[in-house]
Design a binder for this molecule. Sequence first.
Ligand SMILES: NC(=O)c1ccc[n+]([C@@H]2O[C@H](COP(=O)([O-])OP(=O)(O)OC[C@H]3O[C@@H](n4cnc5c(N)ncnc54)[C@H](OP(=O)(O)O)[C@@H]3O)[C@@H](O)[C@H]2O)c1
Length: 324
Amino acid sequence: MLSSQGRLVAAKSSSVSSIAARALSTSIASASSSTPVKSAGVPLTRAGDDAVATHTLAKWSGGPVSRAGTGGRSSVSGVVATVFGSTGFIGRYLVNRLGRVGSQLILPYRGDEHAYRHLKPMGDLGQFSFPFYHLRDKDTVKRLVEHSNVVFNLVGQEFATRNFSLHDVHVTGAETIARACQEAGVGRLIHVSALNASTESRSPFLQSKALGEQAVLAAFPNATIIRPATLFGPEDRLFNRLSVPMRTPFGVPLQNYGETRKQPIYVVDVARALIRAMEERTTAGKTFELVGPKEYTTAQLLQYMCDMARRPMRAFHVPSEIAE
Ligand SMILES: NC(=O)c1ccc[n+]([C@@H]2O[C@H](COP(=O)([O-])OP(=O)(O)OC[C@H]3O[C@@H](n4cnc5c(N)ncnc54)[C@H](OP(=O)(O)O)[C@@H]3O)[C@@H](O)[C@H]2O)c1
């Protein structure tokens, strides 16, 4: 069964610093296993988590804003961060974790106000600003990062669209952000790539992610690269995507006879890892691969879903050439 507390495991890779990756996963593990905080005799499980996050964030210094307050949403954590791609899946979890300890966030968006309105309650009044931007507008991107001491880049898309190719978003866009950070003297850049990103990959998505990493490191050598595996969580594109064909009489189309292996990671763990990467200065210039604790085949994941939904498992094979 999938654990909702998917732990982060630092995978071995020549380009990955295993020591720092171990440190990252250890510090995350120790944060989650610490004794729950008690208030007036009542154990606070979720708030205990908050207290840990507050405590560790409070150690983070180096920003232009001084810390103030008791560490809750109405305090000032000292972190001023720009989060590109905050309107997406990981974004909401990262913004919530940063917001609840009183960080000041610049959350650029494209589209209209509906794109970001779910993020508004995550910060105290006046703590978040939502400027409109275009990824190709280098001057605006630079203005968006120049007051921040940390920048997160979560911008990504699975497929090319009419207006943006994968290269536009994952390489040119990532380079624009990294260059703006370098020119504006931003302290930390955390760039989110993807597990198995490689220029040798058959997948155009993974190829563009690998090229993006190279472009980011060329522009901002101290960037921290985070490569998460497939994520799961309420808004994921793993279980939600399987759930639609699962209800049809035909069943779910599976490539590779359902033997494709995945090591899904919980979205909250990725958000926590991003914050840890920001806090730990030793992560600068390093690459981390984030995977869940267990490996599953896609057929096992589908079986798990069908069991939970009490539905018979129906699936059929689709050759990779057709699926791609
Ligand atoms: N989800 C996963 O399983 C997974 C696994 C491995 C790696 N990743 C990577 O992790 C990062 C975040 O993933 P996610 O699941 O949060 O992605 P997501 O839900 O698709 O969100 C992507 C974000 O990027 C923005 N974006 C996309 N194209 C853009 C463009 N041309 N200009 C400006 N903004 C653009 C989106 O803005 P709008 O809201 O306006 O569209 C959104 O805020 C991505 O780089 C993704 O490739 C994700």
